[in-house]
Design a protein around this ligand. Structure first.
Ligand SMILES: Nc1ncnc2c1ncn2[C@@H]1O[C@H](COP(=O)(O)OP(=O)(O)O)[C@@H](O)[C@H]1O
Ligand SMILES: [Mg+2]
Length: 337
């Protein structure tokens, strides 16, 4: 069964802003699925519609086969949600935050004790459970926030920008925790991000979203492969009149799409698919022509290139930094208070 199924979701805010403009996708159980897009793309709005915090203008949402519009209760019990801004209370300890969350879900004391320990250990916070949240680092706050979203053992977890504004090390640590949720608990995870590496490293499939529309949806590898193959950069030790013959021979190799040479002796070779398989052949061909290879470099298309291809621009860094800045300030204030 599909964990989440969204069909033609539309959300128009008061004032006519079309934040989500006919989005459809399905997430399999145990999948880590990502929405990648810049600030204002409609990621948070989509998540809020799915978890039932916003009423969609149009479209259907099914969670584990149940239509959310018709039966919101069933869906709500199966999902956990950690918002873009953490909902942790600074004046409470980690344990108290978790306890409160458990009570919201009407769990018994015993259940909270058991599951609370489980999630705090899972997220590496057990030792710090009795410290006030205001003494936690940004990464710990985010982990506590996610832990709180897990207290009722949801089958599907929604994470809105789980690593926004965190440093790279803390970010990779959070990725590990997210992977663990899937591996050890079979959880389905939907996350939003505007970090390329996050989508690339963590997600089984990625939807590229911009201006309320999904522009592409596939495995990160497939998205990159669809752009075309690799780029090989070649330099020779010394060249002479034998070079033109070599270049023609390279161009005639199966799998070579295009070849361009710079005046200072750098040759770029675009290949159909996997450049690594072609490299030994290139080197042998050069040797057969009596020319030695000085250097070979292979570059795979990155998700950056994919994003650029579909949106016609890079993720708007200026806006991203502003958002990150605000978030960093919120975290700092938390820590200082
Ligand atoms: N409560 C709101 N009322 C009106 N417009 C909103 C509201 N929330 C978000 N928007 C607008 O909807 C669009 C999508 O926002 P959002 O879903 O937050 O994007 P993202 O999470 O991808 O940054 C943006 O243009 C944003 O300004
Ligand atoms: Mg958002």
């Amino acid at each position: 069964m599909e964990a989440v199924c969204v069909e033609n979701l539309v959300k128009i805010y008061h004032g006519g802003i079309r934040a989500v403009d006919g989005v459809s996708f399905a997430i399999d159980e145990r999948e880590i699925f990502g929405f990648l897009g810049p600030n204002g793309a409609g990621k948070s709005t989509t998540i809020k519609c799915i978890v039932g915090l916003l009423r969609p203008t149009n479209g259907t949402i099914r969670i584990l086969g149940v239509d959310v519009g018709k039966d919101p209760g069933v869906a709500k019990r199966s999902i956990g949600y950690a918002a873009q801004e953490t909902a942790v209370d600074d004046h409470l300890t980690g344990w108290e935050n978790l306890y409160l969350q458990g009570r919201f879900y009407h769990l018994s004391q015993e259940e909270i004790r058991k599951r609370g320990e489980e999630v705090l250990r899972l997220f590496g916070l057990w030792e710090r459970r009795n410290d006030l949240a205001q003494t936690y680092s940004g990464g710990m706050l985010k982990r506590l926030d996610i832990a709180c979203a897990l207290i009722h053992r949801p089958r599907i977890l929604f994470l809105d920008e789980p690593t926004l504004g965190l440093d790279v090390q803390t970010r990779t640590a959070i990725w590990e925790y997210i992977r663990k949720l899937r591996e050890e608990h079979g959880m389905t995870i939907f996350l939003t991000t505007h970090y390329m590496e996050e989508a690339d490293e963590l997600c089984d499939r990625v939807a590229i979203i911009d201006q309320g529309k999904i522009l592409a949806l596939d495995k990160p590898g497939a998205l990159k492969a669809a752009l075309g193959g690799d780029l090989i950069t070649l330099k020779f030790v010394s060249t002479d009149e034998r070079l033109p013959a070599l270049l023609s021979a390279i161009q005639a190799l199966p799998g070579v799409r295009n070849l361009r040479s710079s005046p200072d002796g750098i040759h770029w070779i675009w290949v159909e698919q996997r450049g690594d398989r072609l490299i030994p052949e290139l080197v042998q061909l050069a040797l057969a022509h009596g020319i030695q290879v000085d250097s070979v470099r292979l570059k795979r298309p990155t998700l950056d290139d994919v994003y650029l291809h579909y949106t016609g621009r890079e993720i708007r860094e200026a806006e991203v930094s502003r958002e990150e800045h605000v978030r960093a300030r919120i975290l700092q204030r938390r820590v200082r208070r």
